[in-house]
Every structure is written in C-alpha cells, then in structure tokens.
Design a protein around this ligand. Sequence first.
Ligand code: HEM
Length: 626
Amino acid sequence: MYLFVFLVLLVALALLRDFLLLLFRQLCSPLRRLPGPPSPSFFMGNLEQMHDMENNNLIANWVNSYGTTFVYRGFIGGCRLMTTDPVAIAHILGNAYHYPKPDFVRESLASMAAGHDGLLVVEGADHRRQRKILAPAFSAGHIKSLSPIFWDKATELRDIWLTEVDSASFDPGRENSITRIDVLVWLGRATLDVIGLAGFGYAFNALTDDSNELARAFSVIFSTARKFRVMTILQAWFPFLRRFRRNNAAMAQAKATMRRIGLELIDEKRKAIQHERDSYLHEPAKIGPLQDQSTARSQGPKELRGRDLLSVLIQSNLSSDASQQMSEDEVLSQISTFLAAGHETTSSALTWCLYALANNRPAQEKLRVELRKLDAADRTQQSPPPKSDHEDLTERIARCGYLDWVVRESLRVHAPVTNTMRVCMRDEDEIPVQAVLPRKSNAQVDAIDDRGRTTMDQNVDIHGNRRSTISVRKWDIISVPIQAINKSEAFWGEDAKLFRPERWASPPQEARAIPGLYSNTLTFLNGNPLGGNRSCIGYKFALIEIKIFLYVLVKDLDFSIDPTMVIEKKVNVVTRPFVKSEPHLGNQMPLNISRASSYSSASVLYPLGRSSETPTISPPSFSLPV
Ligand code: HEM
C-alpha cells in the first residue's frame, strides 16, 4: 500500500516537476522587486485584461503609472517584465541568442504551421545557419525581381473590385456608385496568392477559387492553432500535456497535405536547379557566368532572378558547406514559415493602411495625386509598359515620398504584430535602462502615485531605490510591446496615436532612440543585431508588396468608411479588425469603395500588371489633378 502511494506521489511529482520549478523560479525572481499593476486573478494574472489592450490603451496607462519598465502578472502570478525603454529593448532584442523566444511561444508558432524546424522557431546555431542560407532569397535585388508577381496580383484585385463597383450600378464606370466590400477577406486572398507564387512558385489562385487543397490545409492548421484555450496555457507550462493536442482527423490530413505538396515542390525545384547547373557545365556561354557568393548575396543569384524564394533557398543551400546545409525537413518547414509569417502580416498591414486612408481623406487625395503623377510620367509613350519595366517602376515607387510616409505611418500606428516575448537564458543579467528620460507629456509629469513619486521617477523599484539597470535571472520572461512603443507619446509627441503621414517630414528626435529595423519603429523588430538577428527577414518583401498594392489600388479606387461604424482590433498572432457592433460576424473591414474621380490617364486602359491585354474599361475623360 505504502509502495503504491509512494509510486503515485513519485509520478505526480514527475508530472508536476515543471510546475514546481516554475513556482520556485517565480519566488526567486528579482523581478518581484519592480512595481507593476495589481493582478486581478491568481490563475490568469493580468493576461485576460491584456486581450483587449489594443483598444483600451492599457499599456500606455501602465507606463504612466509604473514607469517604462515594470512587471505584470502571468500564469499563477508569475512576474513578467514589460519595458518600453529603448536602451533595455536594444539590449534584449540585440542579444537575441541570450534572449530567445520562450518555449511556449515557439511551440505555439510551430503548431501554427511554421513547423519546429522553420526560421521563425529555431534558436542559436541552427538559427544562425538557416538565416545565412536564406539571406540571398531575401536580398533587395532578388525581392525586386519578384515584383511582377506583386503587380499582377494587385491589378487582378483592383479589377475584381472595379467589377464589383460597376456591377452595383446601372451605369458601369460611374464614379459615384459606391459598394461596400470587406477588404480584409480580399486582401487575404491576394496576399496568399502573392506568397504562394513568390514564396514557392505555387498558384493558390485564391482570388478566383476557394477550393485549393493547400490553402485549405494551411487554413485548418493555422486557425485551429490560433484559437486561445485554457488548455493552450496549461500546455505551455506542462509539456506532457502537449501530447493531448487536438490532432483530429482534419488536422492530421491537413498536415499530410502540406507535407506532400511541400515535398513535391522541393523536388521539382531541386531538379530544375540541377538541370540548370548541368546546362551551365556543358554550355556556359549560353547561360552566362554563375555569380560568386558575395554578388549572389547582394543581388540574388543571377540565374534565379524572378524565381521564388524556395528556389533561391535550395540553390543557396546546395552552395553551402555540406556541414552547414539545411536538412530536407528544415527546407520543408520554411515553406510553411513563409506562409505563416508572410501572408496574414501583409494582408493585415494593407487592410489597416486602407482603413487609415479611408479615415483621412486629405491624405488619401494627396497620395492619389502623387501616384497619378508617377503614372502620367510613365505613360509618355501611350502604350502599356512591358513586363520588364516593372522593376524600373518598382524602383521609382520605392522613392515616392508621400507613399513612403503613408506606409511608414500606417505600419507605425497599425503594426500587424503588436507584441513579442523573450526569455532570459543567461544565469543572471543586468539590463541597462535609458539614462536620459524620454520627453513626457504634461499630464504625465504632474501625475503623482500613492507613494508620492512623480511618474518622472522611472525605474524606481518597490523599495524606492532608483535603478540604472534591471536585474533578471534565467527563465525570467520579458514582453516587448511593439505597438505601444510605436504609439508612445514619449517618442512621438502628443498626437502619437493619430495617423498623420506628414510627421515623417521631420520625425521627433526622441523617436530616434527606438532601435527599430525600419524607420524607428519596432514593426519589423530591431535593427541592432549584437548577438543574433531575429528581425523580420521578409521586411523588404513586405514593403515592396505593400507599396505596389497601394499604388495600383489607390490610384484608381476611392476608399471611405461609414462614419458611424466603430472598428476595433483583435490580436491573435496578427492584428485583425472587427466591427464593434457586429462581433458575431468575426473579423472584417467593410469599406465603401468607388471609382476614384477626375482621372484622365490611361491606367485603366492599360492595367499595369498585364502587359498586352486588350483594354476592357474606357477611361473617364477628366483632367489629371496635378
Ligand atoms: C507587414 C508585414 C510583416 C510584418 C509586420 C512582419 C513582422 C515581423 C516581426 C515583428 C518579426 C519578429 C517576430 C518575433 O521575433 O517575435 C518577424 C519575423 C519574421 N518574418 Fe516578418 N513580418 C512581415 C512580413 C513578412 C514576410 C512577407 C515574410 C516572408 C516572406 C516574413 C518572414 C519572417 C520570418 C521568416 C521571420 C523570422 C525571422 C527570424 O526569426 O530570424 N515576414 N516578422
């Protein structure tokens, strides 16, 4: 009997090992010394409050009350560090291999189709090796060579919307016929098509067909993993529970489909590359010189220009030292990683950008004028630009000043990824914090907390000690609130929450402290890889795609929104919109779309993405508003 009880206790202890360790770590964590908001629940800490934080200003309020570095409570009261301090963030994100993603985050990304072996999930030496092999595929030159795909899909989407607008009117081509369209769903389809073709040469045709088997398989895996359940939290802390993951027949079949199609694609591309290599060996003059590695890194391999990311990855993998190559499973995981990381992020970015423009009519008009000027200059020869000109136009679009401001501002105010987490893996560390405090608004300077401290007393612990570093220990969890930093008044001034592209004419000095990869925002994470680079490898891809879509859509279409409609944000991996009065309809972004007025150029005659097609729509005869 005693033996039985002893054995039961032993098994219980083994199963509870992680839980007990967690409790022990929490009791020892130096984070307990930092101030922070009260925890409304023992089990869930502040986590439930944080679900709606993009709509209720929660983080900004916490920063006002507790300073730029504070703790909030996670599962069973565990202290988690949250910081908007730019020096602390530069240290944490810059030392990426000492501050990796926590296990439970990696697990959930892996189950969301990114796979355990993909770049988004792997850590340390594996990550460094993979990133190096993937770099040529994401070089600026190579991404530019993929731009015909962006043009084609943007044009296809624009034509679908024009048809919807016209079919809602008895007088096709009339400017003032307005149609309400859920832009979220359409942009989701268009960006899926883009990542399929540009990522791995696969035609989802999601804009015209919703029955594609890979699209369905991905959606089953991604949407199942995304659902938040208490079980998800428990699995995060009790790894043995991960065995009981929902792995029903639909999920198993979806995974098998992804694997089968992925392996077919890899095989097809390997054969094509091998064939080209063989041809080069036999007829080098016909193919042209194969580039050296350094040129390939900066411009993308010449013979693979315009080819999908997977082909370049396979080529780059073959050229690497055998001991440094990716395994087949790793290559396979990159396909789902491109899908998971590159599809909904860009559709979210574009959706929020159109929303911002629909709410700021003057900015939309100003942008349209700039885009049409470029369009008019492009049409001096009165003929559609050949496909090879797309790269040139892409380059010129990349230099459009106001378009650039609009994109920066929209990605600042509506970051698709709002938060990221890290865990300290050094035994102990001292995280430096900013010596010079960022500018404060008057309201913040005047606020005095219940200990009599003004909120200017940043980085003061609960014993009143002023700190120039924050002590952390191994396993301490850290939250980096990307969106809150992007919208912080301390960096961007009192109108920080507003979408105002003109601010980019002279961004505030304070914002320069933010260690962002892109325009002093953390939207694509950090730009100071001291030890390990975990910033978005696809950011050039995303920026070119976003700019081309905006060019094609805003030039010809007008976007507005019902002023009585309140749109709120729901964050589930990426930020999606929903209509506050229609939560039962799920994520949506209904915008009113019509033909843009006063347009005389031939852009509708000659759709940019389809070089020599017969014109289908007559251009309205108005003068160009320049
Ligand atoms: C507007 C669009 C996008 C945004 C806002 C975005 C944002 C981000 C962010 C914040 C991270 C860091 C995540 C973390 O460490 O917690 C990240 C990583 C990553 N992104 Fe993007 N992303 C975008 C588009 C893309 C695209 C188009 C691709 C690929 C085609 C891509 C591929 C990746 C990959 C592979 C990583 C992991 C990088 C690493 O850990 O080394 N992203 N992205």
